[in-house]
Design a protein. Structure first.
Length: 209
């Protein structure tokens, strides 16, 4: 089921990308973005126990419906995660330890509205807000041990941020930005953690073609 869903997403995105290359109102970006992420639980007996460093890379597509407004989507690999500490009940797989590390890898599909200024001094600035969906493809405990059964396959949340685009000549731009992402859903697949949501600050670097 997971493989079928991921293959469908990849196929749809490739078809859209090929069509986009023939449309001047659509542009593509390659992004490689470091990020800091953490987990928060709504259970008082479970605390956030630190941040993890990760990265997000892939292709982003902006579809303009006016000069300064665009729908933004894409397909990226998102390496993220967080740590939780338990003061009451402890998940059985921890074998007596009271802290857990979740190193997570997802295929992410964002959908945002992007607002972009006119260009001046070779630069333009943008703000964006919207939603993201992501699909888990790998999970480990920080020591290389798989804990995929402890994590939900699907995650969803909101994103907001902004940045600048600097012209390198012709239609090529360097993109620099900062995006905050906050999860709506429970990342973990057990009742002990309560609702453990994923949060991220992503430092976006990209080349727009």
């Amino acid at each position: 089921m997971r493989q079928s869903t991921l293959l469908l997403l990849l196929g749809l995105f490739l078809v859209t990308t090929i069509n986009a290359q023939e449309n001047k109102r659509t542009r593509l970006s390659f992004v490689l973005s470091p990020q800091i992420s953490w987990l928060n639980s709504d259970d008082n007996s479970v605390d956030s126990n630190g941040n993890l460093f990760g990265y997000n890379f892939g292709v982003v597509m902006d579809r303009f419906f006016d000069t300064n407004y665009a729908f933004s989507t894409g397909l990226t690999i998102n390496t993220t995660g967080g740590k939780l500490k338990y003061s009451d009940e402890i998940p059985s797989y921890l074998e007596g330890e009271n802290a857990a590390t979740f190193r997570l890898k997802y295929i992410e599909v964002p959908l945002a509205l992007k607002l972009i200024t006119n260009e001046f001094h070779r630069s333009r600035y943008y703000g964006q807000f919207g939603l993201y969906t992501q699909y888990n493809i790998k999970t480990n405990d920080g020591d290389g041990n798989s804990i995929g059964s402890e994590v939900n396959f699907f995650d969803m949340g909101y994103q907001l941020g902004g940045g600048m685009e600097y012209s390198l000549g012709s239609d090529t731009y360097l993109m620099l930005g900062l995006i905050y992402s906050g999860g709506f859903m429970d990342v973990t697949d057990n009742d002990i953690d309560g609702k453990a949501s994923l949060n991220r600050f992503t430092f976006q670097f990209g080349i727009i073609f």
